[in-house]
Design a protein around this ligand. Structure first.
Ligand code: PEP
Length: 250
Protein backbone atom coordinates (compact mmCIF):
# COMPACT_ATOMS: atom_id res chain seq x y z
CA UNK A 1 0.00 0.00 0.00
CA UNK A 2 1.33 3.40 -0.89
CA UNK A 3 1.87 5.96 1.83
CA UNK A 4 0.62 9.51 2.08
CA UNK A 5 3.54 11.89 2.50
CA UNK A 6 3.77 15.60 3.24
CA UNK A 7 7.30 16.90 2.69
CA UNK A 8 8.54 20.44 3.23
CA UNK A 9 11.17 21.93 0.97
CA UNK A 10 12.84 24.80 2.79
CA UNK A 11 14.98 25.73 -0.26
CA UNK A 12 17.66 28.37 0.55
CA UNK A 13 15.78 29.80 3.52
CA UNK A 14 16.49 30.11 7.25
CA UNK A 15 19.77 30.55 9.06
CA UNK A 16 20.88 27.55 11.10
CA UNK A 17 19.34 29.03 14.27
CA UNK A 18 16.04 29.80 12.51
CA UNK A 19 15.95 26.35 10.93
CA UNK A 20 16.47 24.56 14.24
CA UNK A 21 13.72 26.70 15.77
CA UNK A 22 11.31 25.89 12.92
CA UNK A 23 12.11 22.17 13.20
CA UNK A 24 11.48 22.36 16.94
CA UNK A 25 8.11 24.02 16.38
CA UNK A 26 7.04 21.43 13.80
CA UNK A 27 8.15 18.61 16.09
CA UNK A 28 6.24 20.09 19.05
CA UNK A 29 3.06 20.69 17.07
CA UNK A 30 3.04 17.06 15.94
CA UNK A 31 3.52 15.62 19.42
CA UNK A 32 0.45 13.72 20.59
CA UNK A 33 -1.28 14.14 17.20
CA UNK A 34 -2.33 11.23 15.02
CA UNK A 35 -1.54 12.05 11.42
CA UNK A 36 -2.41 10.12 8.31
CA UNK A 37 0.90 10.64 6.50
CA UNK A 38 4.66 10.53 6.79
CA UNK A 39 6.03 13.99 7.49
CA UNK A 40 9.42 14.97 6.07
CA UNK A 41 11.36 18.23 6.25
CA UNK A 42 13.97 18.75 3.54
CA UNK A 43 16.49 21.31 4.69
CA UNK A 44 19.74 22.93 3.52
CA UNK A 45 22.86 20.74 3.84
CA UNK A 46 24.23 23.02 6.57
CA UNK A 47 21.18 22.34 8.75
CA UNK A 48 20.90 18.56 8.45
CA UNK A 49 22.83 17.44 11.54
CA UNK A 50 21.42 20.10 13.86
CA UNK A 51 17.85 19.65 12.67
CA UNK A 52 18.23 15.88 13.04
CA UNK A 53 19.14 16.41 16.68
CA UNK A 54 15.82 18.11 17.46
CA UNK A 55 13.45 15.94 15.40
CA UNK A 56 11.85 12.81 16.79
CA UNK A 57 12.16 10.45 13.86
CA UNK A 58 8.81 8.76 14.48
CA UNK A 59 7.14 12.19 14.11
CA UNK A 60 9.19 13.93 11.42
CA UNK A 61 11.72 12.52 9.00
CA UNK A 62 14.64 14.45 7.61
CA UNK A 63 15.67 15.03 4.02
CA UNK A 64 18.20 16.97 1.95
CA UNK A 65 17.32 19.10 -1.07
CA UNK A 66 19.88 17.60 -3.43
CA UNK A 67 22.95 15.37 -3.58
CA UNK A 68 25.85 14.87 -5.96
CA UNK A 69 25.80 12.55 -8.96
CA UNK A 70 29.35 11.52 -7.98
CA UNK A 71 30.14 9.02 -5.28
CA UNK A 72 33.07 10.94 -3.74
CA UNK A 73 36.33 12.66 -4.59
CA UNK A 74 37.56 15.91 -6.12
CA UNK A 75 34.24 17.74 -6.58
CA UNK A 76 34.73 20.88 -4.51
CA UNK A 77 31.53 22.12 -2.94
CA UNK A 78 29.50 19.01 -3.68
CA UNK A 79 27.74 16.87 -1.07
CA UNK A 80 27.45 13.13 -1.67
CA UNK A 81 24.53 10.83 -0.96
CA UNK A 82 26.68 9.01 1.62
CA UNK A 83 27.35 12.33 3.40
CA UNK A 84 23.64 13.15 3.44
CA UNK A 85 22.86 9.70 4.83
CA UNK A 86 25.51 10.07 7.54
CA UNK A 87 23.66 13.08 9.02
CA UNK A 88 20.63 10.92 9.84
CA UNK A 89 18.63 11.99 6.79
CA UNK A 90 16.33 9.43 5.21
CA UNK A 91 15.10 11.34 2.14
CA UNK A 92 16.51 13.54 -0.60
CA UNK A 93 14.74 15.76 -3.13
CA UNK A 94 16.11 15.20 -6.64
CA UNK A 95 15.33 16.92 -9.92
CA UNK A 96 13.55 19.91 -8.43
CA UNK A 97 12.66 22.31 -11.26
CA UNK A 98 14.94 24.96 -9.73
CA UNK A 99 17.86 22.53 -10.02
CA UNK A 100 16.89 21.66 -13.58
CA UNK A 101 16.36 25.31 -14.57
CA UNK A 102 19.14 27.20 -12.75
CA UNK A 103 21.79 24.49 -12.49
CA UNK A 104 21.13 22.69 -15.78
CA UNK A 105 20.56 19.28 -14.24
CA UNK A 106 19.70 16.79 -16.95
CA UNK A 107 18.14 13.32 -17.07
CA UNK A 108 21.49 11.54 -17.09
CA UNK A 109 22.72 13.33 -13.97
CA UNK A 110 19.41 12.80 -12.24
CA UNK A 111 19.52 9.07 -12.91
CA UNK A 112 23.06 8.94 -11.47
CA UNK A 113 21.95 10.91 -8.38
CA UNK A 114 18.94 8.65 -7.92
CA UNK A 115 21.07 5.51 -8.13
CA UNK A 116 23.52 6.86 -5.54
CA UNK A 117 20.71 7.97 -3.24
CA UNK A 118 19.17 4.50 -3.39
CA UNK A 119 22.53 2.78 -2.95
CA UNK A 120 22.98 4.80 0.24
CA UNK A 121 19.57 3.94 1.61
CA UNK A 122 17.96 7.32 0.96
CA UNK A 123 14.43 7.70 -0.40
CA UNK A 124 14.48 10.02 -3.41
CA UNK A 125 11.62 12.48 -3.79
CA UNK A 126 11.94 12.80 -7.54
CA UNK A 127 10.38 15.95 -9.01
CA UNK A 128 8.80 16.23 -12.44
CA UNK A 129 6.64 18.93 -14.02
CA UNK A 130 6.07 21.02 -17.09
CA UNK A 131 6.68 24.73 -17.63
CA UNK A 132 3.86 27.13 -18.52
CA UNK A 133 4.56 27.02 -22.25
CA UNK A 134 4.27 23.23 -22.24
CA UNK A 135 1.00 23.41 -20.31
CA UNK A 136 -0.34 25.93 -22.82
CA UNK A 137 0.83 24.16 -25.97
CA UNK A 138 -0.56 20.83 -24.76
CA UNK A 139 2.72 18.88 -24.58
CA UNK A 140 2.66 18.54 -20.79
CA UNK A 141 1.79 14.83 -20.66
CA UNK A 142 4.69 13.95 -22.99
CA UNK A 143 7.12 16.21 -21.12
CA UNK A 144 6.35 14.61 -17.77
CA UNK A 145 6.38 11.11 -19.30
CA UNK A 146 9.96 11.74 -20.53
CA UNK A 147 11.01 12.98 -17.08
CA UNK A 148 9.64 9.83 -15.43
CA UNK A 149 11.17 7.61 -18.14
CA UNK A 150 14.59 9.04 -17.25
CA UNK A 151 14.48 6.63 -14.29
CA UNK A 152 13.54 3.55 -16.30
CA UNK A 153 17.05 2.16 -16.07
CA UNK A 154 16.18 1.26 -12.46
CA UNK A 155 14.99 -2.19 -11.51
CA UNK A 156 11.35 -2.51 -10.46
CA UNK A 157 12.53 -3.07 -6.91
CA UNK A 158 14.49 0.19 -6.89
CA UNK A 159 11.79 2.18 -8.66
CA UNK A 160 9.41 0.97 -5.97
CA UNK A 161 11.47 2.85 -3.36
CA UNK A 162 10.99 6.24 -5.02
CA UNK A 163 8.47 8.98 -4.26
CA UNK A 164 7.43 11.07 -7.26
CA UNK A 165 6.46 14.73 -6.84
CA UNK A 166 4.48 16.32 -9.67
CA UNK A 167 5.23 20.03 -9.54
CA UNK A 168 3.96 22.10 -12.47
CA UNK A 169 6.66 24.75 -12.73
CA UNK A 170 4.07 27.46 -13.38
CA UNK A 171 2.56 26.74 -9.96
CA UNK A 172 5.77 26.82 -7.89
CA UNK A 173 5.96 29.89 -5.68
CA UNK A 174 3.51 31.74 -7.94
CA UNK A 175 0.36 31.41 -5.85
CA UNK A 176 -1.20 29.77 -8.91
CA UNK A 177 -2.16 26.21 -8.00
CA UNK A 178 -3.11 23.47 -10.43
CA UNK A 179 -6.77 22.63 -10.06
CA UNK A 180 -7.48 19.40 -8.25
CA UNK A 181 -8.67 17.99 -11.61
CA UNK A 182 -5.43 18.98 -13.38
CA UNK A 183 -3.41 17.37 -10.59
CA UNK A 184 -5.51 14.19 -10.61
CA UNK A 185 -5.26 13.87 -14.43
CA UNK A 186 -1.48 14.21 -14.35
CA UNK A 187 -1.04 11.88 -11.37
CA UNK A 188 -3.16 9.21 -13.10
CA UNK A 189 -1.07 9.71 -16.26
CA UNK A 190 2.18 9.28 -14.28
CA UNK A 191 0.82 6.15 -12.62
CA UNK A 192 -0.05 4.72 -16.05
CA UNK A 193 3.44 5.49 -17.37
CA UNK A 194 4.88 3.60 -14.38
CA UNK A 195 2.42 0.73 -14.85
CA UNK A 196 3.33 0.33 -18.53
CA UNK A 197 6.97 -0.16 -17.55
CA UNK A 198 6.90 -1.84 -14.13
CA UNK A 199 3.38 -3.29 -13.81
CA UNK A 200 0.31 -2.49 -11.78
CA UNK A 201 1.69 -3.37 -8.36
CA UNK A 202 4.65 -0.99 -8.53
CA UNK A 203 2.43 1.74 -10.01
CA UNK A 204 -0.22 1.36 -7.33
CA UNK A 205 2.40 1.39 -4.58
CA UNK A 206 4.18 4.56 -5.77
CA UNK A 207 3.38 7.68 -3.75
CA UNK A 208 2.84 10.64 -6.08
CA UNK A 209 2.85 14.01 -4.33
CA UNK A 210 1.56 17.30 -5.68
CA UNK A 211 3.65 20.46 -5.32
CA UNK A 212 3.02 24.06 -6.34
CA UNK A 213 1.52 26.74 -4.10
CA UNK A 214 -0.12 24.13 -1.90
CA UNK A 215 -1.58 25.70 1.25
CA UNK A 216 -3.88 24.67 4.12
CA UNK A 217 -6.79 26.18 2.15
CA UNK A 218 -6.36 24.21 -1.09
CA UNK A 219 -4.73 21.03 0.29
CA UNK A 220 -7.98 19.23 1.26
CA UNK A 221 -9.37 19.40 -2.30
CA UNK A 222 -6.06 18.32 -3.86
CA UNK A 223 -5.43 15.50 -1.39
CA UNK A 224 -8.99 14.19 -1.78
CA UNK A 225 -8.17 13.07 -5.31
CA UNK A 226 -7.48 9.32 -5.56
CA UNK A 227 -4.04 9.60 -7.18
CA UNK A 228 -2.74 12.50 -5.07
CA UNK A 229 -0.86 10.97 -2.15
CA UNK A 230 0.20 14.14 -0.34
CA UNK A 231 2.31 17.16 -1.16
CA UNK A 232 5.75 18.67 -1.55
CA UNK A 233 5.45 22.06 0.07
CA UNK A 234 7.68 25.09 -0.43
CA UNK A 235 6.59 28.47 0.99
CA UNK A 236 3.92 27.08 3.32
CA UNK A 237 6.48 24.74 4.93
CA UNK A 238 8.41 27.71 6.33
CA UNK A 239 5.73 28.41 8.90
CA UNK A 240 5.02 25.60 11.37
CA UNK A 241 1.27 26.29 11.69
CA UNK A 242 0.62 26.36 7.95
CA UNK A 243 2.74 23.23 7.44
CA UNK A 244 0.64 21.54 10.15
CA UNK A 245 -2.54 22.69 8.41
CA UNK A 246 -1.42 20.89 5.26
CA UNK A 247 -0.42 17.77 7.21
CA UNK A 248 -3.87 17.72 8.80
CA UNK A 249 -5.48 17.91 5.35
CA UNK A 250 -3.86 14.60 4.45
C1 PEP B 1 8.49 23.61 -4.29
O1 PEP B 1 9.34 24.40 -4.66
O2 PEP B 1 8.76 22.41 -4.16
C2 PEP B 1 7.14 24.15 -4.02
C3 PEP B 1 6.15 23.33 -4.10
O3 PEP B 1 7.08 25.49 -3.73
P1 PEP B 1 5.74 26.32 -3.34
O4 PEP B 1 4.92 25.45 -2.42
O5 PEP B 1 6.25 27.54 -2.66
O6 PEP B 1 5.03 26.61 -4.62
Amino acid sequence: MRKNVVAGNWKMNTTLEEGVELANQINSLLKGKTVNCDVVVCVPFTHLTSVNAVLESELVKLGAENCSEHEKGAYTGEVSAAMVKSTGATHVILGHSERRQYFGENNEQLLAKTKLALANGLTPIFCVGEVLEERENGTYNDVVKCQVEALFDLSAEDFGKIIIAYEPVWAIGTGKTATAEQAQDMHAHIRKVIEDKYGKEVAEDTSILYGGSCKPGNAPELFAKPDVDGGLIGGAALEAESFLGIIEAC
